[in-house]
Write a protein of this length. Structure first.
Ligand SMILES: [Zn+2]
Length: 121
């Protein structure tokens, strides 16, 4: 059965849809909602641009971003709660870093049951 993403209108399989505040979204829109890209975040923009210039994307990471990436590398996957606790981050910091890392195509989110797991891109 096909449903439509509330945000971009893309048709997706119902089981691939993501529920958020009573609406259904495709994966891309859902991830955007969880980690809205901030045009005013100079680091995210800088990192994304550096990556576009073809530099090694891992060399552009901030220490905090490296910490997140290494944590996920070691485990293969991690939940936001887990990283907030183990890496000593606030939820806002994690979301901001994840938004940058997702722009750089280093990390992505995936749904497992009713949990969102962060994995390498
Ligand atoms: Zn969508």
């Amino acid at each position: 059965m096909l449903i439509q993403c509330t945000r971009c209108g893309k048709e997706i399989e119902k089981q691939q849809g993501y529920e958020h505040q009573g609406k259904t979204f495709c994966e891309d829109c859902y991830m955007d909602l969880l980690s809205p890209p901030k045009a005013c975040d100079p680091w995210a923009v800088h990192s994304a641009q550096t990556f576009l210039k073809g530099k090694d994307k891992f060399s552009t990471l901030t220490p905090q971003q490296s910490k997140i990436v290494n944590y996920i590398k070691e485990r293969g996957e991690a939940t936001a709660e887990e990283m907030i606790k183990n890496l000593n981050l606030t939820e806002e910091e994690l979301r901001r870093e994840f938004a940058s890392l997702r722009h750089m195509e280093i990390l992505r989110g995936t749904k497992k049951g009713d949990k969102i797991l962060y994995i390498l891109f």
